[in-house]
Design a protein around this ligand. Sequence first.
Ligand code: SF4
Length: 261
Amino acid sequence: MSMPTPAPDARLAEAVDVARAAATSAAAPEPVGEHIAVVADAERLVSHHFACSRAGYVGWYWSISVSRAPDGEDVTVNDVVLLPGDSAVTAPEWTPYKDRIRPGDLSPGDVLPPEDDDLRLVPAWSAGDGEEQTPDRFFAREVGLGREHVLSLEGREMAADRWHDGAQGPDTAMAKESKGTCGGCGFLVSLAGPLSDRFGVCANGMANADGQVVSFEHGCGAHSEARLKRSASAPALPSHVHDTMTRDAVDLTPPAVDAEE
Ligand code: SF4
């Protein structure tokens, strides 16, 4: 429950000149604008507000905090600050780098470590730090272990949703127009691991998705079983005929000879 704001202390509310002198000193060489408000911050603690006339500070104001002792009449200046008013132009709220960066923004040399509590990752069993290629380590690498972290269930489902809803999913115009799906295409390279039942990698250099993860339900016109329709093929020519019934018209006129030859 918020405390009720006290009425401004009368002695401090009258001390406009003291507050203006403090503001003028801070704002020099620019002058201070009109007195726009007096605000009670607490008992015997009052702020005087003056308009700021500095270029580029439209809507800002000087706030001069003044106070006095309980049984004293002397006014003390506590604080002089320049603050943005409701109409002030201010910088947008700071957004941390990790929240500003979008997928695809990384440039060579950029570093984007995962959060400590990144739910996409879980600790994994480690096969050790050595370089020796023991059967254990070989197996661990094959099944995705031997790393410090692996994809969590959430991370896996987030990736699956993203890939399913993306350009290589089943809902694109390309997939809808395709007569066959990637799941039945000879150019599909199988993945290993838990997402292998829904996704693979396209290995058709003529396809838009070459080298990318594709949903089994995606598809394109470069499907391994795609065939041109008859109307799109070169028209079939009639077979040759040896005509023995009609005469061909042949021009027997000799070619003109130059008289000087
Ligand atoms: S060629 Fe087309 S249908 Fe075949 S895997 Fe690649 S994207 Fe899928």
